[in-house]
Design a protein around this ligand. Structure first.
Ligand code: GLN
Length: 281
């Protein structure tokens, strides 16, 4: 089988398995098993796969037919142009979350040596990206679960983010709140309402429920963070959350009830209000 045939076969198998992004995924899979770039694939599409590559491909297609996440199969995923280790036990980075990076960069522009706190950090993709992009920043990340924290630590080294640190702790107990004067507190907390957990995508079912379940109405973490961390922000500092679909209004209400001002929201690339923010007055 040559590369072109393998690509077509992969596309067909993934489409039959009901995978929406089968074209994108097939391309990623061929790149992964050949180690080729897009350009190299185009120049070498009649190359025959080795036996090893063919076996890898068959195994990957089997796993995707069971809807095991592609991010876990590769063991790494790209977020805002940087690569992060991922795997079972940690939520895979999503493109939607890049909205938080955009908003953070806009807010931090022109601030000198900002202090940033990333709560429920998971793989660390938010905190590490900000540490890498915001010069002279210092970033503290808080993650409760040791398995996820291990990925975050590896991702700090992988991305050479010497200005980022991680502690294991619980946001319901205010971990990381002792330090005051943060310019930005950012979080993509678990936010799926209890009753909707069964309806997540087949891939998300393989992801840790602890990274998804946000309590009865999905908003438990926003209440806890707004309540426990407001005083850790500098005056004029920003609290910035990722929101699930249809949650922006509820989160704004919470921020309002804790006395925040300049409350707003920003859309992701799909037009969903994905980032909700507010300033400590
Ligand atoms: N965006 C994720 C999903 O829809 C949920 C992540 C989260 O709860 N923070 O699967």
């Amino acid at each position: 089988m040559n590369i072109f045939e393998a690509y077509n076969e992969t596309k067909k198998a993934l489409e039959n398995a009901g995978i929406e992004d089968y074209v994108f995924e097939a391309k990623q899979i061929i790149k992964y098993i050949t180690g080729f770039s897009n350009a190299e694939i185009l120049m070498n599409y009649t190359n025959r796969l080795t036996g090893y590559q063919q076996n890898r491909l068959t195994a990957i297609i089997r796993q995707r037919e069971l809807r095991y996440p592609l991010q876990y199969i590769f063991g790494e995923w790209s977020f805002y142009g940087r690569d992060f280790y991922v795997g079972p036990g940690v939520l895979a980075p999503r493109a939607d979350t890049e909205t938080l990076i955009e908003k953070s960069l806009e807010f931090l522009k022109g601030k000198t040596a900002p202090l940033i706190l990333d709560l429920c950090a998971g793989s660390g993709c938010i905190g590490i990206t900000l540490a890498a992009l915001v010069s002279d920043s210092r970033v503290l990340m808080v993650e409760k679960f040791p398995e996820a924290a291990e990925y975050a630590r590896k991702n700090i080294s992988r991305n050479g983010a010497a200005n980022a640190a991680l502690i294991e702790g619980d946001i319901f107990e205010g971990a990381g709140a002792e330090e005051c004067g943060y310019d930005l507190i950012v979080s993509n907390p678990p936010y799926i309402p209890e009753g909707e957990l069964d309806a997540v995508s087949p891939e998300t079912k393989y992801e840790p429920e602890t990274a998804l379940a946000g309590g009865g109405d999905g908003l438990d973490f926003y209440r806890a963070i707004a309540g426990n961390y407001g005083k850790s922000l500098k005056k004029g500092g920003m609290m910035l959350f990722e929101a699930g679909i249809g949650q922006a209004a509820g989160i704004k209400k919470i921020l309002n009830s804790y006395g925040f001002s300049q409350i707003g929201a920003a859309e992701d690339l799909n037009g969903i209000l994905r980032a909700v923010f507010a300033v400590r007055g």
